[in-house]
Design a protein around this ligand. Structure first.
Ligand code: PEP
Length: 259
């Protein structure tokens, strides 16, 4: 039986109504699921969603993640929020290095490293997104690019920094656009990442959670999760509609936890 983890990234979507409706509906089925779920709503709603999750008694099944943090813990940085603030309200995870941040906010490896360090110092698990552009994919550079992004962490902080870290492989060209991606291709990349980590630490290479994200939906979820080195999925668009998300969760439960 696989130990799967499912992450839902709401990006810049949702409101209080959606949160109430979403958690209410999921609360009727969530006790059937034998895998954990993490939801990353917009930062503004983290605290509210946490209260709604508690109200519906789903806090043993759903954890929350921030979609981003600042590279500082406090100070004159208008509009930002910090790892310390997340810790203060009891948030356990934060996505860093998401493709949207790289594309629209020019985030590079040095920024991602700073955020990673701040999260670790607050004991918040980073969900470290890595992935290649379309051009890098076409030039067969995917593995080199992904490994460089992980090496950025290992070289600066050591391999043990990857304990309690979730790696999310998200090809930038396959996010939010219904791309049909071959699960065998994803497996190849996940396996290359694991083999790279093996050079540093066997246990970490075996146990690190490597998620896949990029246009995951009801149709492709099973074939993706069947691949041995894929530990779960990070879902954007297809997780925003609660009926559709529950459909995906049911497929996972039925196909991977039926015995
Ligand atoms: C994402 O936001 O990280 C993502 C994978 O989105 P989508 O599922 O919409 O491609």
């Amino acid at each position: 039986m696989k130990n799967l983890l499912i992450i839902s990234n709401w990006k810049l979507n949702g409101n209080k109504y959606l949160i109430d409706n979403f958690i209410n509906k999921i609360s009727h089925v969530i006790k059937n699921y034998r895998f954990p779920i993490i939801i990353a709503p917009p930062l503004l709603y983290l605290d509210y969603m946490q209260q709604v999750i508690k109200y519906y008694k789903c806090d043993n099944y759903i954890s929350l993640s921030a979609q981003n943090i600042d590279i500082h813990n406090y100070g004159a940085f208008t509009g930002e929020i910090s790892a310390k603030m997340l810790k203060d309200i009891g948030i356990q995870y934060a996505i860093i290095g998401h493709a949207d941040r790289k594309i629209f906010h020019n985030e590079d490896n040095s920024t991602i490293l700073k955020k990673f360090i701040l999260l670790k110092s607050e004991n918040i698990s980073p969900i470290l997104c890595i992935g290649e552009t379309k051009k890098e994919y076409q030039n067969n550079q995917t593995i080199i690019v992904c490994i460089k992004q992980i090496k950025n962490i290992i070289e600066n902080l050591g391999i043990l920094a990857l304990q309690n870290t979730i790696i999310a492989y998200e090809p930038i060209w396959a996010i939010s656009n219904n791309t049909i991606i071959n699960p065998i291709y994803i497996q190849k990349i996940h396996n290359a990442i694991r083999n790279y980590l093996m050079k540093f630490n066997y246990e970490i290479s075996k146990n690190v959670n490597i998620q896949y994200g990029g246009s995951v939906n009801c149709e492709n979820i099973s074939s993706i999760l069947k691949q041995p080195d894929i530990n779960g999925v990070l879902i954007g668009k297809a997780s925003l509609n609660i009926e559709n998300f529950i459909k995906i969760l049911n497929i996972i439960n039925n196909n991977f936890y039926s015995c």
